[in-house]
Design a protein around this ligand. Structure first.
Ligand code: HPA
Ligand code: ZN
Length: 350
């Protein structure tokens, strides 16, 4: 795509613009969109008892110190998902929030092993999610696609078994990713699984450089051959890596509220989103696990722009445009979204 224009928008209209501009969301774990209210409703529907007395008690437990402290609660929350309808309801609730935030397209991560390990069949998971993607497109005008994530704390063998489970549904998901506990589980552990996925024509992404060092980002690029890095914020510790990411325009799916909630940065004003853009990187803004981290995609935009004075309308435009560039859709579809973005900025311009 050509270099973006930089339409000038008066500063006081920035929050309104951030909310209204069309955008794509490329880093959202659908299980992380499960709001406490829905966790309780699904537990009741499925006859399960939760170890929390109320929605408020559950929400009060969302005080995380690092990635693992979050994952323990996140996997517990996902345990209420049993039926196809549960996966459908969860994803539709997300799509409704995304549509309200002017998300035109979302690429959803899902964690099949979190469910198959509990005896929920792979087909149940993907049937519910697929039906939600189809319904969202028809009723909300939001397109959605699915990216299957392997849990990196589990073995290579378990990842291969999950891929086998998934192959009858090959047309239902566009790619694979790598998530869960990063430290101690470098990307190279899954090099052979990703090589097989590459042969199958799947898109490849991986979480790297959230808590893990720049070496994990190198490994995701060179051992897994990923097309995007999820998070990737620690790349700034390695200037050679930054130069490569910029030269190859490898997108980073950054999740600012997640980074603050998981103590990657102590406060939002210390987040490096503005620096990443200044370095010429294809950074995007995403919500990661919005039900756990304090907000959906627009809340991520609002809070980062509030905390970082270097961010203005030029950066807003770049971030939205980067989200389209980084998405796994046809060039013609991307061009249509860029036109909608330009039209939106024209409405807000001086
Ligand atoms: N990082 C790694 N794994 C995850 C995350 C995350 O932020 N969210 C859900 N699984
Ligand atoms: Zn994530």
């Amino acid at each position: 795509m050509n270099a973006p224009a930089t339409p000038a928008v008066p500063h006081h209209r920035l929050p309104e613009l951030l909310r209204a501009m069309p955008k794509a969301e490329l880093h959202i774990h659908i299980e992380g969109s499960l709001e406490p209210e829905l966790i309780f409703a699904l537990a009741q529907r499925n006859g399960l008892t939760l170890p929390y007395a109320s929605v408020e008690a559950l929400r009060a437990a969302y005080a995380f110190t690092d990635l693992q402290s979050f994952l323990d609660i996140y996997y517990a929350g996902a345990s209420v998902l049993l039926k196809e309808e549960d996966f459908f309801d969860m994803a539709m609730a997300y799509f409704e929030r995304a549509a309200a935030d002017h998300v035109v397209h979302a690429e959803l991560f899902f964690d099949p092993q979190t469910h198959t390990e509990r005896g929920v069949p792979f087909g149940t998971v993907i049937d519910g999610l697929t039906r939600a993607c189809e319904t969202a497109e028809r009723t909300l005008g939001v397109s959605g696609s699915l990216i299957l994530c392997f849990l990196r704390h589990l073995s290579e063998e378990a990842a291969f078994a999950t891929l086998e489970d998934a192959l009858p549904y090959r047309t239902r998901f566009i790619g694979v990713g790598l998530d869960s506990s990063e430290k101690g589980h470098p990307p190279e552990k899954f090099a052979r699984v990703f090589a097989r996925c590459r042969e199958l024509g799947l898109h490849l992404v991986a979480h790297a450089g959230e808590e893990g060092p720049p070496a994990y980002i190198w490994s995701a690029l060179d051992d897994l051959h990923v097309e995007r890095i999820d998070h990737g914020v620690r790349c700034v510790e390695d200037p050679v890596l930054v130069a490569r990411l910029a030269a190859e325009r490898v997108p980073l799916t950054v999740c600012p509220l997640s980074n603050v909630k998981l103590c990657v940065y102590p406060t939002m004003d210390q987040h490096n989103l503005a620096a990443l853009l200044d370095l010429g990187l294809c950074a995007t803004v995403n919500s990661d696990d919005p039900a756990y981290f304090g907000g959906y995609i627009n809340q991520n935009f609002i809070e980062t722009f509030d905390a970082l004075p270097q961010l203005g309308s030029e950066q807003a435009y770049k971030l939205a445009r980067n989200s389209f560039e980084a998405s796994f859709v046809d060039a013609g579809v991307k061009a249509g979204w860029v036109k909608r973005l330009d039209d939106c900025f024209a409405v807000f311009a001086d």
